[in-house]
Design a protein around this ligand. Sequence first.
Ligand SMILES: C[S@@+](CC[C@H](N)C(=O)[O-])C[C@H]1O[C@@H](n2cnc3c(N)ncnc32)[C@H](O)[C@@H]1O
Length: 241
Amino acid sequence: MVIQKGTLYGIGVGPGDPELLTLKANRLINEADVVAYPAPETGDGIALEIVRPLLLNNPQLLPLRIPISVSPLPAQYAYDQAAKLLELELEAGKIVSVICEGDPFFYGSFTFLFERLSGRFKTEIVPGVSSPMACAATLHTPLVSRNEILTILPAPLEEAELKQRLINTDAAAIIKVGRHLPKIRRILRNLRLEKYSHYVEHATMNNQKIIPLDKIDSQTVPYFSMVLVRKIKDRDNSGER
Ligand SMILES: C[S@@+](CC[C@H](N)C(=O)[O-])C[C@H]1O[C@@H](n2cnc3c(N)ncnc32)[C@H](O)[C@@H]1O
């Protein structure tokens, strides 16, 4: 049952460049009583960094501390705690905007808050420009065209599964690259896909970098990095089919 109290917004704030916020996201962030943002144990996190230059009305800022952990349990506990903080504000009738890097429903942390709160409070989602689109634009490589199939591949998947899924697709966005780069490189080499693969980190942010795959230092791959792969079978340019 939805209790009519405050309203919860899950707001995509795009991949980094504040100009890539939608008009709606910008408006709702500035109309909110509370702007809540996922943040690591210390510091502010990327979503707040993106919107900070756009905040006009001095809203209450509420950090939702989510530890970066490979194990799901501490994170689940942190999401329970974060949901409780939001619940207090919503019970008080406030408009709460939870900001989320990229799109909230594309591997966004907001999904875990949505699961916990949307049944009880009026909730709206505002889509954002997502990282595969931003990376494709930055790299000047179309993600897919015509009837090609795009697969989103989280790099923590097992090597055999990543490989099989790359075999079965026309194009892929490999996300969460980080410490998995050596594995990704191995698979791409094995499938002879290196020449169809492109790496970008911090797309559209001030520290954006495009680096050839064989030149990346695997010790320093940041969290916000992606490999796009597109197998180009023919180039007959015969248009849409
Ligand atoms: C948990 S997912 C969140 C995705 C986000 N909600 C979106 O819509 O893009 C995080 C992964 O998205 C990718 N990512 C997000 N923003 C990026 C950016 N600006 N440049 C490169 N990769 C990015 C990285 O692969 C990162 O590990």
